[in-house]
Ligand binder design. Structure first.
Ligand code: NAD
Length: 260
């Protein structure tokens, strides 16, 4: 019975994709768990092991000891994931781009897996920045994260900027920091003007990011939520699929290919 319902939902999602022309994907940490990157709020997730209080921009800037803990947690906590590979869900979205249907990916993720799967840089809107680089808070110089992590591994537990000695910080958005304005306004614009929005792996509790599917739904786009657990926005969706994003999206794309 459960399999029948699942099949019905996959069919319905494929039908919507076939008839839509401007699909906006909204992705969260849940899309990358099948790539081995833990999310934040599921059992064993980052916030079950680390205190969010330690990850504010104020603490990072004002307290060298906090920066030391921080760089350690980055590797232990699995936030730096240079070897992670895209999974079936990421590749399904890359296929949507090849089909000319993808209007954009608004992502809360900082892992760069959409680009690794083949999506164009200019279609990926990273609301929370990314972990592939570190930036100097004084002179703005950027360094590839792999280079900075090499310094950390060699014993520099609080790495500094090579140009000016300033504080280096991963180029992700921390608590207490604003979201990048241009990325946010372009994401909002795409949410207002898309004809379909698919949420993949997000608890939809982090704002203002979580407003994106709300804007899409209020702008009359079809909203579908694919998430393992219920969210507070399920009532806004045409339907929800409570299953793994990779499995759902790969089976859906098989149907889309048949139907198209
Ligand atoms: P979240 O941890 O709050 O929620 C993730 C949701 O995904 C959960 O509801 C969970 O049930 C669901 N989920 C887990 N695995 C899934 C799967 N295989 N298929 C479908 N659903 C699945 O994450 P969020 O909503 O993205 O918000 C938290 C913040 O976490 C964001 O700001 C983001 O920057 C950050 N984050 C990013 C990464 C990453 O870049 N990969 C990893 C951890 C956290």
């Amino acid at each position: 019975m459960a399999e029948e319902i699942f099949e019905k939902d996959i069919n319905a999602l494929a039908d919507l994709i076939v008839k839509s022309e401007k699909i906006l994907v909204f992705s969260g940490a849940g899309i990358s768990t099948e790539s081995g990157i833990p999310d934040f709020r599921s059992p064993g997730g980052f916030w079950t092991r680390f205190d969010p209080e330690d990850f504010t921009i104020q603490k990072f800037i004002s307290d060298e000891n906090s920066r030391r803990k921080h760089w350690g947690a980055m590797t232990e906590g699995g936030l730096i994931t240079p070897d992670a590979k895209p999974n079936l869900a990421h590749y399904a979205i890359a296929e949507l781009e090849e089909m000319g249907k993808l209007y954009g990916i608004v992502t809360q993720n900082v892992d760069g897996l959409h680009q690794k799967a083949g999506n164009s840089e200019d279609l990926v809107f990273q609301l929370h920045g990314d972990m592939s680089h570190a930036r100097c808070l004084s002179c703005n110089d950027r360094y590839p994260m792999e280079e900075v992590m090499e310094w950390v591994k060699q014993g520099e537990d609080v790495p500094d900027c090579r140009s000016c000695g300033g504080i280096l910080k991963p180029d992700a958005v921390y608590f207490g920091e604003s979201l990048p304005m241009e990325v946010l306004s372009e994401s909002q614009y795409r949410a207002e003007t898309c004809d379909m929005c698919i949420v993949l792996g997000s608890s939809l509790v982090v704002y203002p990011a979580a407003n994106i599917p709300v804007i899409a739904s209020r702008s009359k786009a079809s909203l579908v939520i694919v998430n393992m657990e219920p969210t507070d926005m399920d009532h806004m969706a045409e339907f929800c699929i409570k299953s793994k994003a990779g499995e759902v999206m790969s089976r859906t794309m098989e149907k889309v290919r048949e139907k198209a």
